[in-house]
Design a protein around this ligand. Sequence first.
Ligand SMILES: Nc1nc2c(ncn2[C@@H]2O[C@H](COP(=O)(O)OP(=O)(O)OP(=O)(O)O)[C@@H](O)[C@H]2O)c(=O)[nH]1
Ligand SMILES: [Mg+2]
Length: 307
Amino acid sequence: MAERMAEISSQSEPKPRVSVVVPAYNEEAAIGDDLAAIRRALEGDACVPYEIIVVDDGSTDRTGAIASACEGVRVIRHAHNLGTGAARTTGVRAARGDVIVMTDADGTYPNHDIPKLLAALADADMVVGARRREAGTLPWLRAPAKWFIRMLASFLTNTHIPDLNSGFRAFKRDVALRYLNILPTTHSWVSTITLAFLSDGYTVTYVPIDYYPRKGRSSFHPITDTYNYITLVVRSIMYFNPLKVFLPVTGLLLLVGIIKFIRDLLVYGSVFYIPGITLLLLFMAVQVGALGLLADLIVRRTKGPPP
Ligand SMILES: Nc1nc2c(ncn2[C@@H]2O[C@H](COP(=O)(O)OP(=O)(O)OP(=O)(O)O)[C@@H](O)[C@H]2O)c(=O)[nH]1
Ligand SMILES: [Mg+2]
């Protein structure tokens, strides 16, 4: 009954234009200040109808209680911890605005810059707050991995990407909904959605932002999260532009195979004697090429209409 009443009252409220989605897991040290900063930013400059959705991802501290006590904040709670990507997906599904703003609840992002993101969204489908300097948890381990993923993503999409995995961004909800089923439940959610927008030709622009030291303890896990990065690399290739990677590999294998074949002809003087390694190279070239074409076919068949 209470749920039904809440549903009726939320239906009678004016529809917000902007939904701010804040994934939060054990962020009692920072979430209060972050929510206050979001409200100040939206009530000050932008003056747009908005809602704030905190997705409490099974926190075991006071995160949920602090968020619920903030006026105008809707809290959705996962019964147990599902991962930051899962929390983001829940937020996007629950959002009622046409525009979604995402920010973290750990005090790292300049929420007063939300109006800048919204202004830039007039000419784009996604605006990413690109960090001028990133000093996250375990930078010595994460910086090289992030650099590699960013280079791969730039190569796959033929664009320059200043920041692939910033958690501070604004985007159009209807476009994001198309990708929810391929987005992971992990930290790679933000990188994957950036790639998805870019590889389907949506406009992604970047606004330079500051990045502050984290409040509270990070739950970043070096082993699981490195594994997730590797999964992201493989998925990025397979989901978005397989031929861009498979074709050069096929070409290289073919080239080496043919050179080796010619050398074998000169050395052994017979087409009837082809060493195993030469055959292996040529068969591998064919197989990698066939796999790439198959992956490309699947990607093309499953893509929706262009923007
Ligand atoms: N780590 C983590 N964060 C979660 C989870 N669910 C929701 N979140 C929230 O997702 C946001 C991003 O997580 P962070 O741990 O800050 O990830 P990060 O910014 O890549 O890493 P840090 O350098 O530690 O800040 C934060 O607001 C978290 O509270 C979860 O299961 N694990
Ligand atoms: Mg963080």
